[in-house]
Ligand binder design. Sequence first.
Ligand SMILES: O=C(O)C1=C[C@@H](OP(=O)(O)O)[C@@H](O)[C@H](O)C1
Ligand SMILES: C=C(OP(=O)(O)O)C(=O)O
Length: 409
Amino acid sequence: MTLHIQKSTIKSISEVKITGSKSEANRLLILQALYPQLQIENVSNSDDSQLMLNALTSSEAVIDIHHAGTAMRFLTAYFSSKEGREVVLTGSKRMKERPIGVLVEALRQLGANIEYIENEGFPPLRIKGQRLTKTKVTLKANVSSQYISALLLIAQTLENGLELTLDGKITSVPYIKMTLSLLDEIGVANSFKGNSITVKPISEIKSKTIVVESDWSSASYFYSIVALSNVGTKITLSSYKKDSLQGDSVLADIYKLFGVRTTFKKNTIVLEKSSIVNNQTSINLDLSNAPDIAQTIAVTSFGLGLKCQLTGLHTLKIKETDRLEALKTELTKLGAKIEVTNDTLTLYSSTSVIDDVQIETYNDHRMAMAFAPLALKTSITIKDADVVSKSYPDFWLDLEQIGFNFDKA
Ligand SMILES: O=C(O)C1=C[C@@H](OP(=O)(O)O)[C@@H](O)[C@H](O)C1
Ligand SMILES: C=C(OP(=O)(O)O)C(=O)O
């Protein structure tokens, strides 16, 4: 579906209920498969969580997880430890280009039987589930934190638990902490000190219900919308909490730079455009702890005509698309002056946005959602707009509800 968004003005006050965090949900679904007495509420309705659930309940020999990175990584560890089960784990064309060698190597150190079916280091994988007998693993920590979370999610099922040594600068740290916090919640003892993580074994857990907080990465698009709106515009989002497990909750601080104030009220956050941003302001951020909001921040900066320098972006090249190249190509079409390296993005301040540009989304939900808020400045067309379902299937409905105007092409 190609979506043409007319130049829109949103309601001055609106409310949106956002689906559960896909990161929390995909961890909890693995834990629930291991401990069925675990109940989960507010599970994400994202494709990635649906794919995870289907994979965990499937008895098929071949499981296709499409574009879902966490599902690919977490299920590789899960099936490796499922004694007697043999599966082929595969995914989309892009998934076959997203590296998994660091995780496969770590699981092999624990005793797993995994073979590459096409290219060494990449999905698809043939996994023959085994009792994993070893306890200690060293792995590279600077490529993707998902490899570490994948190991941690099965760690407490291993006879002697797990001792991980992380090599190199640890990336996307809040996602590792999220995994450990969820293990805490089900009663698994663990510690994370310096470059070492220890998880103690456990055989059973008590019955427990965990409520998934709504997705902060999805909230980022509303932060951008409020930032690009008139002073006084308010959007209330639910259900959120102050002590979030999600690293992307740093948005509440970051968007102060764009004149957006966040107020926590009961289980909601109220975003309010409280001040005009001086166009001399320059946004300088290291996003190695919050890579998924890089696209949103780059586009907000562009929409406000601000200079922006983002660092710590090395993981963006191996996500749903090469997000650095995609941002450069699409922002350039809109009139931006932008430079990218392997791990940085520099956007120079600009004064205008070119009208009626068609944005390519490269099978990346976050390209579609990050560019949509620019409709507050100019009309814009989003190609393959249904990609949003990877994390946020109701995105366009929610935008319509707050006042965006669409012509479906
Ligand atoms: O563990 C998770 O739920 C995630 C970890 C991050 O990946 P990297 O660790 O590869 O940066 C993030 O980008 C992804 O959307 C979700
Ligand atoms: C990178 C992402 O997801 P994944 O790695 O799980 O495909 C994302 O949602 O931005």
